[in-house]
Design a protein around this ligand. Structure first.
Ligand SMILES: NC(=O)c1ccc[n+]([C@@H]2O[C@H](COP(=O)([O-])OP(=O)(O)OC[C@H]3O[C@@H](n4cnc5c(N)ncnc54)[C@H](OP(=O)(O)O)[C@@H]3O)[C@@H](O)[C@H]2O)c1
Length: 267
């Protein structure tokens, strides 16, 4: 692999989680990391102790061959205007932003190669999931090399699928949190204290995630293992399945997320 540096622009919630993940897993030699951040961030300071450069001069920026964008979608054009002239002509622009199309990025960064990633913040503990897309296999490998150590990586054939991946994965974590919230409330209705219900609902999500982590685990098989015919789990699942209600609700939620990503990409 190359020893040219990688630049991370923006060290907010998502950018910090990526750096934390690299710190935890050793997935990137931090002497090859440059962080561009307007304000001081604790994780950037830790990375600096391991050799990363924070807001260095133009000469260091010009050496980088990969630039990861972790700023809000509303900010990236300003970043492109500020940084474009300082970057190497062959630098791969890797956007983690939701709803910003590859064609727009390519336009903003003077036709440099571009790639897109939609990761989750659990990269911080090496347990993220990331959809990735790039124009060439070689660039896809570069993206995989950066995110593979901290996330389960899923390659997409088409940039146009990134909104769908965002609806399932980037936004999807919050759907499970919403479910935990609803299950907590249901537990309280059934007589548990709020603390007991919360501990049981969130603990069950963690437990279910552990079961899913086993190689080859599929949701359908895991359900069959828990839900015996005529049992308590089956009684609850029958309510979810009544007239396809759960599937319909989730389908509408994902469609709403895709529609919003489409709106954002046009703005
Ligand atoms: N959070 C998630 O779970 C998640 C998941 C998938 C994708 N994303 C995408 O990730 C991007 C960042 O989201 P976030 O949640 O991490 O937002 P955030 O916490 O607001 O982080 C954005 C960071 O960008 C920095 N920034 C602003 N202007 C900058 C500039 N000119 N140069 C360098 N850095 C600059 C900000 O610095 P200051 O703190 O100093 O203002 C801030 O720390 C968004 O585009 C979002 O679509 C987020």
């Amino acid at each position: 692999m190359t020893d040219r540096p990688v630049i991370l622009v923006g060290c907010g919630r998502l950018g910090s989680s990526l750096v934390e993940g690299w710190l935890k897993t050793g997935g990137l030699d931090l002497r090859n990391l440059i962080i561009v951040t307007p304000s001081s961030k604790p994780v950037a300071e830790t990375a600096r102790e391991k050799g990363a450069l924070i807001n260095p001069g133009d000469e260091a920026l010009a050496r980088a061959d990969r630039v990861i964008l972790g700023v809000k979608p509303a900010m990236w054009r300003r970043v492109a205007a500020d940084m474009d002239a300082k970057l190497a002509p062959d630098a791969l622009i890797i956007s983690m932003m939701a709803g910003v199309r590859a064609s727009a990025l390519s336009d903003g960064f003077k036709s440099r190669p571009v790639a897109r990633v939609m990761p989750t913040t659990s990269m911080a503990v090496g347990e993220g999931v990331a959809s990735i897309w790039a124009e060439t296999d070689a660039d896809l490998d570069k993206v995989r090399g950066l995110f593979g150590p901290v996330a389960r990586v899923v390659g997409l054939a088409d940039d146009g699928l990134m909104d769908a991946a965002t609806a399932v994965s980037g936004s999807g974590q919050a759907y499970f949190f919403a479910f935990v919230d609803a299950l907590t409330k249901a537990g309280v209705e059934q007589g548990l204290s709020p603390e007991q219900a919360e501990a049981l609902a969130s603990g069950t999500l963690v437990s279910a995630a552990a079961a899913m982590k086993q190689d080859g685990a599929r949701a359908e098989d895991l359900i069959a293992r828990v839900a015996s015919p005529g049992g308590t789990t089956r009684a609850a699942l029958d309510v979810f399945a009544k007239d396809g209600s759960l599937e319909r609700l989730v389908s509408e939620a994902a469609a709403a997320a895709v529609a919003r990503a489409t709106e954002l990409s046009g703005s």
